[in-house]
Design a binder for this molecule. Structure first.
Ligand SMILES: [Zn+2]
Length: 133
C-alpha cells in the first residue's frame, strides 16, 4: 500500500464531504474545488466557504461508455448543478434512472462510493447529487 495516498485522501476529505470551496475576498469569485490563488484577479486573499447542498439541474448528459473505474455505473448522468447560491458545479447524479432526469429538477448532495482503487484496495467516497423527492 502506498504511504502517500492515504494522507492525500484524508486531506481531501473536507472538500469531498462538505462541498468545501474557496472564495476570493478581492473579487468575490468562488472556486470548487478550492484554489489558493484567484484565477480571475490573481489575489491570494482567499477564504474557505461551504457550498449549499441543494440546487437544481441546469443541464445534463448521459454517459454510456465510461472510463474503467466508473464502468459499473453505466449508464449514468453527469450534470451541471446550479446550487442555491448560484455557483455551478459538475457532478454525477445518483439514485435515479438517467431517463427520468429533467432540467430544473431539484437535487441535493449525498455521500456515495465513487470508485475502488484496485491497486491498494482504497475505496474512494465523495459527493454526488440525487433528485429531491
Ligand atoms: Zn479574485
Amino acid at each position: 500500500m502506498s504511504e502517500l495516498r492515504i494522507p492525500k485522501l484524508w486531506r481531501e476529505i473536507p472538500q469531498h464531504y462538505r462541498l468545501e470551496a474557496s472564495k476570493c475576498l478581492s473579487c468575490g469569485r468562488i472556486y470548487f474545488p478550492p484554489k489558493t490563488i484567484c484565477n480571475n484577479c490573481k489575489s491570494k486573499n482567499i477564504e474557505k466557504t461551504i457550498l449549499p447542498r441543494k440546487g437544481v439541474i441546469e443541464t445534463f448528459t448521459i454517459i454510456r461508455q465510461a472510463p474503467s473505474k466508473y464502468e459499473l455505473y453505466v449508464p449514468y448522468a453527469i450534470a451541471i448543478v446550479k446550487l442555491d447560491n448560484g455557483v455551478k458545479i459538475l457532478s454525477q447524479i445518483t439514485d435515479c434512472e438517467p431517463d427520468k432526469l429533467q432540467i430544473g429538477m431539484p437535487v441535493e448532495a449525498v455521500i456515495r462510493r465513487l470508485y475502488d482503487d484496485g491497486e491498494n484496495g482504497v475505496i474512494h467516497y465523495g459527493f454526488k447529487f440525487r433528485p429531491v423527492v
